[in-house]
Design a protein around this ligand. Sequence first.
Ligand code: GLU
Length: 549
Amino acid sequence: MNDPLAADVGAQILEQGGNAIDAAVAMAFAMNVVEPPASGIGGGGFMMVHLAHSGETLALDFREKAPAAAEVGMLAGGSFTEVSTSGISVGVPGAVLGLATALEAWGTFTLAETLDPAIVLAEVGVPVSEFVAENAASARTTLQPETRAIFRRPDGTPLQAGDILVQPDLARTLDLIAQEGPAAFYEGEIAEAIVDAQRRARYDGGEGRMTLDDLALYDVALRTPVIDDYRGFTVASMPSPSSGGLTMIQILKMLERFPAGNERRGFGFGETRTLHVMIEGMRLAFADRAVWMGDDDLVDVPAAGLLADPYVATRSAMISETTRMARPAAGEPLPFDGRVPAAPLADDHEEGSTTHFSVVDGWGNVVACTVTIEQLWGTGITVPGYGFLLNNELTDFNRQPAPAPGTNNVAPFKRPRSSISPTLLFKRGEPFAALGSPGGATIINSVLQVVMNLLDHRMTLQEAVDAPRISITSPAGEVTVEPGFPQTSLDGLAALGHPLTEGEIGAVNAVLIDLRSGKRYGAADGRRGGAVGEACRPRRGRGCAAAHE
Ligand code: GLU
C-alpha cells in the first residue's frame, strides 16, 4: 500500500506540536486499525524512551501476563496450532495501560487526542494494505465467526489489497477508552467480554483461565534498559522479560574482537568470514537465551553474568574463524553473577509477527516501540462486539516445562519471554538512532545486523535496513539467508558446514539523527511495506516517524 496512514498519524501529531511519545502512542493505536493482524489493544509490547530534558533512557514493559490460575504444563496439551488458537494462550493484555502510562509519564497530549486518529480510521475505513492482504488467507481469519465477519469478504474469501476495511466495533471500543481511560478496558463491559471470549477453545483443556481480577490487577513496569558499549558507541535495549537486549548485546560483545567492517582483513560486509563469526555468535547467545532468560520478576536471570566481560570472553573464545563449532550448550554465567549453578536446555518455538515503529521529535526525545499480539491474527479470537483480536502471547513460554532452572516455564502472573528488541544507539551520550523489528526470535538478529551495518560497515540508515540478513536462533539447525549475498560467500559458509536455507528476516523501521547537521532520517523496511511519515523528510530540527503499515 502506498498510503502510509499510520506513519502519517505519527507525523501529524508531531506537526501539531506533540512530542515523540505522543506520536508513538497515536501510531500504536492507529496500527491496531491499519494492521490488525500484527498488534493491537488485545496484545502488549515494549517501549524504549530517551527523554531529552533529563537525559534519561527508560524501558517500559507492557508485556502480557499469565493469569493467576496459570500452571506449569498448561500449554502442553494440544498442538501448537490448537494451543495458539485457544483461549489458554491469551495473556492479560498490556497495550492499553502501557500506552496510557507512557503518555501520562512523558507525553503532552491526552489519551483521547492520541486515540482520535485511530477512531476516525476505524470508522471511515482503511484500504487493506499489501501486507494484510498477503496474510488474509490465514485460517486464523476463519476460525471464529466474529473474526470472519470483519476480516473476510462477505462471500468468505480473503480480503484483497485495496478493499476498504471498516471497523465500527473497534471504533466504539477505542472511543470508550478515550472517554473513560484505561479503566474502561480493564474493568466493566470490555473486561467481561474479554473474559468470555478467552473461554473459547479448540481442544479439551484449551479454555483460557483469565478472570476479571487478572485484568483489574494488570500492571506495567518501568525497567532499566540493558546498556553496554560496542566499539565506542553505547547500545541500549530491552531487558527482561524480553531476551532481546541481553541476547543482541551479548552477540555484539562476542564479536567485538573481530574486525567487522575491515575488508582488507576479510571482514567486509557479506564476506564469508564476517557471516561465519556472526552465525557462531548467534548460536552461542541463543543457547544461553534458551536456558537463562525469562521474567526476572519471578525467576533469577543472571543478566550481569551473561554480559560480564570475562564470561563473554570465554564464550567468544569458542568462535574459530575457520571452523564451525559443534552444537554449543548454554554457558555458565552464574559464577560471574554471584549465583549458584544449574542448567539444561529448554524447548524453543517462536514465529509470529508484530509491529515496530521509531520516532524522534524536534526536542530530541526518541522512542522505539514494538507492539504485538504474537502470531499474525493472534488467537484468531475477536472479542465479540468490541472488534479487537486477542493475543496468543503465552505460547512464548516453554510449552513443555523445561527442567531446572526452567526460567521460561509458565507461572501465575509471569510474563512470557520475548525477543522484542527496541534499541537506541548513543554516541558520547547523545542518542542518534532508534530501531526495532517484528519477527519472533529473528528480531534479535535483525536488530543486531542493522546495528553492525551502521557501526561497523558505515552504511547509511536505509542501506543498513535494506542490506541482506542472515539468522539462526538456536545452537543447531539451519541458517536462514536472504537473497543478495555474493555466491562465493554462501559457498564459503557451506564449505564450513553451515546448513543454509533461504528466507526473509525481520522488517526494521528506524530513525537516525545526524549528530553533526541535526538532520533526521527515517528508514522503513521494504520487506514489509513500511513507510516514513510526512514530517520525516530530512529537515533540521523536525520530528520523524517510521512505521510498518
Ligand atoms: N511474541 C514475539 C515476542 O515477543 C513477538 C512476535 C513476533 O514478532 O514474532 O518475541
